[in-house]
Design a protein around this ligand. Structure first.
Ligand code: FAD
Ligand code: MLT
Ligand code: ZN
Length: 503
């Protein structure tokens, strides 16, 4: 039996988790052989004999995308069916072995990697599409389907996924549902709480909960599936997803605007909404620091004109039913913005080809990766009123200056970007390296600021292991107590992703 574990989290908070792993045990060589014998077709990667994989071979399962969180799992299983997931989970329940469900491992809060030596159940082999109804647009897919491959499957059928994110080439639909991922289309198609119609979930004792409904309307009591959307694998393993997919828009356009300063963005947003109304599908923001970083790391500068000291950028997208109609609206909009007496914009580019359209999006989506080339980044994904984005970025920058860590002392840049139309700011602090000193210079100040705005400390990335200790900034005592009751109700043995979300 393991005793209490003292965890020094990468965010710099020292937390003692007395009971978290105390009733759980580590996998042994015999356990892994047993699992292999009862599930011979399930691929296993393990440092134990007879597999004898090296630690390096497990590294990509033990380490997150940012290389900020590191676990020490000895074993990864990659089941091929719900039945196999159920049998593995049931065995873990009986034997009190902790599990980390893992999708594409693109999460940004440490939710998908072990804290210790939990068994990793990776869903990558559950990648079949079960059905698609071209009349209703309802898609039923296994949870390990990669988001981009679902989009590719739907394209010739005239449909799109209701969500899109920069990680689309690796993240899985089960991971998206489990994090309640937001992304670039939320402004138009809403959150997964609306578009997910049903789920199939393996509960912590191995029971299969079949809620894979394919109807749009279902008022038959408590909507249990909602509990698993955003649960980050703490209540069960999602194995199947039924999701409503919108019809593909006939016309897509995007525009990149260089904006003199932040105070212009609210009037621009109002003008854009007034001109584009129902066809507006994205309104994304990034500041000059983010722009310079993404250009420095390989993205071509998009403007032909000199943008002077433009301080921020807006990417707006329209998607509608008729090309000419949408272009007319956009041209009117651009004329209004260019000729505005308040000098709302410095300049803008309207994509003239699918290549330019993709290139404008690549710039926005490329920021996250560009930051990894710049240094090690502390990421804060917060909901606050959109008009206060700049104030919050400036306040943190000045705070770090006062703490003596910026511009010298480890912090290289403080920048912001995000989903302006959704009130979701990604505040990023780029550093020379992760260190408790810098973490404690940023936290809890950032959470205090969010709570002052009555915002959310996690708009779309989740809580993972990063924010378990600071949940109280967004959730009151009563809410946290009920979250814990729900966790205990589903998982009284605490095997399912321990140390994540609520502890
Ligand atoms: P993982 O990282 O593997 O897991 C995430 C969490 O879900 C973990 O807690 C894990 O235990 C749990 N989980 C995974 N699969 C299952 C399952 N089948 N059943 C139960 N639990 C499961 N996020 C956004 O919201 N919006 C964005 O715009 C966005 N852009 C991104 C861009 C980049 C470049 C990167 C690297 C990340 C981005 N993210 C974004 C974060 C991330 O991609 C999302 O959180 C995504 O939904 C995670 O999916 P995944 O399959 O990689 O899950
Ligand atoms: C984004 O909007 O680009 C993603 O949420 C990833 C990030 O925050 O870097
Ligand atoms: Zn985002």
């Amino acid at each position: 039996m393991l005793r209490s574990l003292r965890i020094i989290s990468p965010s710099g908070f020292n937390r003692t988790r007395p009971r978290l792993f105390s009733s759980l045990r580590s996998l042994t060589e015999q356990d892994v052989s047993h699992l292999a014998s009862i599930l011979p077709s399930t691929p296993i990667i393990s440092t134990f004999s007879p597999f004898n994989n090296s630690k390096d071979e497990l590294d990509s399962f033990n380490t997150d995308w940012m290389k900020k969180y590191h676990g020490n799992s000895t074993t990864v299983v990659k089941p091929r069916s719900t039945e196999e997931v159920s049998q593995i989970v049931h065995w873990c329940w009986e034997n009190r072995v902790a599990i980390v469900p893992q999708g594409g491992n693109t999460g940004l809060v440490g939710g998908g990697v072990p804290l210790k030596d939990e068994l990793v159940i990776n869903l990558g082999n559950m990648n079949k599409i079960r059905s698609f109804d071209p009349v209703s647009g309802i898609l039923v897919a296994e949870s390990g389907c990669v988001l981009e491959s679902l989009s590719e499957y739907l394209a010739p059928k005239g449909h799109i996924m209701p969500l899109d994110l920069g990680a689309k080439g690796s993240c899985q639909i089960g991971g998206n549902v489990s994090t309640n991922a937001g992304g670039l289309r939320l402004l138009r198609y809403g959150s997964l709480h609306g578009s997910v119609l049903g789920l199939e979930v393996v509960l912590p004792d191995g029971t299969i909960l079949d809620q894979l409904s394919t109807v749009r309307k279902d008022n038959t009591g408590y909507d249990l599936k909602q509990l698993f959307i955003g649960a980050e694998g703490t209540l069960g393993i999602v194995t199947g997803v039924s999701i409503l997919t919108p019809a593909a828009p006939k016309a897509l356009n995007n525009v990149l605007l260089a904006v003199p300063n932040f105070s212009k963005i609210i009037p621009i947003f109002r003008t854009v909404r007034a001109h584009t109304s129902e066809i507006l599908s994205a309104f994304e923001f990034f500041d000059r620091t983010a722009y310079e970083i993404v250009c420095r790391h390989g993205h071509r500068r998009p403007f032909q004109e000199d943008i002077g000291d433009a301080q921020c950028f807006i990417l707006l997208e329209t998607s509608g039913g008729r090309k000419e109609h949408d272009e007319e609206k956009l041209n009117d909009l651009l004329g209004t913005l260019m000729n505005s007496e308040e000098n709302l914009i410095t300049t803008g580019v309207l994509a003239q080809s699918p290549f330019q359209f993709a290139s404008i999006w690549a710039m926005r989506e490329g920021i996250t990766e560009a930051l990894t080339k710049e240094g090690k980044t502390y990421k804060y994904d917060i909901s606050i009123p959109s008009g206060s984005f700049k104030d919050v970025i400036d306040e943190i920058r000045e705070h770090l200056r006062a703490q003596g860590v910026y511009p010298e002392g480890g912090v290289k840049a403080v920048l912001g970007y995000g989903h302006f139309g959704d009130g979701n700011l990604h505040l990023n602090v780029v550093t020379d390296g992760y260190s408790p000193k810098i973490a404690s210079a940023i936290e809890p100040r950032i959470y205090e600021i969010v709570s002052r705005y009555r915002g959310s400390i996690s708009a779309e990335h989740g809580i993972g292991s990063h924010k378990t200790g600071v949940l109280h900034y967004s959730k009151g005592e009563v809410s946290r107590a009920w979250m814990k009751k729900i966790k205990d109700l589903f998982d009284e043995r605490g095997i399912m992703n321990p140390g994540k979300v609520i502890i």
